[in-house]
Write a protein that binds this ligand. Structure first.
Ligand code: PEP
Ligand code: MN
Length: 372
């Protein structure tokens, strides 16, 4: 299962585009004037190289603006020629791919609502056979990394090697300050599994408003994303979709100006110094693991004793006392309450599982820590 990506092929095509790659443009193509005027204004921002717009809009509920279709592709083609920007649109059907190629669109992306469906992704992949065009794949709406990777594999297998991921956050039920929770650990894990795959962040769909765009854009770059996609409209107040999150080109210019662009790699002196910090961390991690293993040995002794005396695993008073005491000490040591709580829960859960294994599975011989 799974396929091997040729890492050079999937990243080299981006080399001519400077870092960070900036994609801007409206959520939807609404009129010729809107497309041409927005592209014109964006072409005056030197860092912006790619102009985006949605031609067919997947709406959560029916009745809203669903895009202008083929007519809007003509505007995109004209905007690309006039502004010198590369053009990018979303495709969700084989006919969309066919039309995008017909109107010389430079980059395609697969939307979050399509990535969730392997049938749809496979159909798009088949329609891409023989084409030489970069395809960006947005994360699926649900936090399922395998599904996201599966979409890359399907597209790659159809012969498209110019790939990138777009991280646009994940839907969830509860209210939060985000429209789509970023869950940064998911794109980080994607990077770990497919190291050379370029990743672009889409702060507009993560935030759902304009207030957090600067902060999320900075966070994305600090987490080694290759670029940003920011929805930009010449008149956001009149936007037909995603009105609350679109900004004017002049606001985009400000966001770009305020971004701190850090190097992705340091020089030799930096690497040397970093190495010495890292060896400190390595030593501490070894101690940490040793302490955890010793703690688990005692947990096993406790399990034997509880089993012998017929006592339940969970002792809620003890657990409550541990939380109070460790939160207090940990916070005094400068550790965050949230982090302490997660750590304590993790250790306690493992302790309960280990006691359960011993007390209910008649596991007489359990592994003691290897002593030398
Ligand atoms: C969009 O980019 O306008 C869009 C519909 O995004 P997503 O697929 O991330 O919801
Ligand atoms: Mn949008």
């Amino acid at each position: 299962m799974g396929i091997q990506f040729n890492s050079e092929a999937i990243e080299n095509y981006l080399a001519p585009i400077s870092y960070p790659m900036l994609i801007a443009g409206p959520c939807s193509a609404e009129s010729e004037e809107q497309i041409l005027q927005t592209a014109r204004e964006l072409s005056c921002i030197p860092q912006v190289r790619i102009f985006r717009a949605g031609i067919w809009k997947p709406r959560t509920r029916p009745g809203g603006f669903e895009g202008k279709g083929e007519e809007a592709l003509k505007w995109m083609q004209k905007a690309g020629k006039e502004s010198g920007l590369l053009t990018a649109i979303e495709v969700a059907r084989p006919q969309h791919v066919e039309l995008a190629l017909k109107y010389d669109i430079d980059i395609l992306w697969i939307g979050a609502r399509s990535t969730v469906n392997p049938f749809v992704v496979q159909e798009i992949a088949e329609s891409l056979r023989g084409a030489d065009i970069p395809v960006f794949v947005k994360n699926p709406v649900n936090p399922d990394l395998k599904l996201w990777i599966g979409a890359f594999e399907r597209i790659y297998q159809s012969g498209i090697k110019k790939l990138a991921g777009i991280h646009r956050g994940f839907s969830f039920f509860e209210q939060s300050k985000y429209r789509n929770a970023p869950m940064w650990e998911i794109p980080i894990e994607l990077k770990r599994q497919i190291p050379n795959l370029p990743l672009i962040s889409d702060p507009s769909h993560i935030c759902g408003n304009t207030k957090l765009l600067q902060e999320i854009s900075q966070r994305a770059l600090d987490l080694d994303m290759n670029g940003l996609m920011l929805e930009t409209h010449f008149n956001p107040a009149r936007a037909l979709t995603d009105r609350d999150q679109q900004i004017k080109p002049e606001e985009l210019r400000k966001i770009i100006k305020n971004l701190v662009i850090r190097s992705r790699k340091g020089d030799q002196a930096f690497e040397c110094k970093l190495e010495s910090f890292r060896s400190e961390i390595d030593k501490i991690d070894t101690e940490l693991l040793d302490i955890l293993a010793r703690r688990m040995d005692i947990v096993r002794d406790i399990a034997d004793y509880k089993k012998e005396k017929g006592i339940t695993i969970l002792q809620i008073k003890r657990w409550q006392n541990i939380i109070n005491d460790r939160l207090n000490s940990g916070m005094n040591m400068g550790l965050e309450k949230d982090f302490l709580m997660k750590l304590l829960n993790l250790v306690h859960k493992e302790s309960i599982q280990e006691q359960n294994r011993i007390m209910n599975k008649d596991e007489k011989k359990h592994k003691k820590k290897q002593k030398d």
